[in-house]
Ligand binder design. Sequence first.
Ligand SMILES: [Zn+2]
Length: 129
Amino acid sequence: MAPQPDANINSVLWSKTIECKHTKEAVPVLNPRLTTKLLQLNRPKLRTVVGMITGHCPLNKHLSILGITDSPLCRACMETEETPIHVMLQCNGVAEQRAAHLGSSATLHEALRDLGGLLSFWSELGWLE
Ligand SMILES: [Zn+2]
């Protein structure tokens, strides 16, 4: 089946967007399959996943931008900014939980392939509640 004309226009617009750096790293190209999976989540789970995609979530980097916390540093390692990418892909302080729930994803895009693993990872950490 050929793509819908609107889908092509949206794909071109998304590929040309230079803003939304965090979201573009998570979703480099429009992904109807991901959209379908997201629309099947309940509201709290959808909030968590969208926060991971956009970076707009109650992690210290975003909270410091909003003026809610003084430090943007990661609460587990205190070495760098606490962002979804750092916590889900890089932080040594949560390596055990990451290995158990997320496997060895190298990119945020890869981590989004297993929404169940992503949600159980954040649920175990309890940082977003
Ligand atoms: Zn860390």
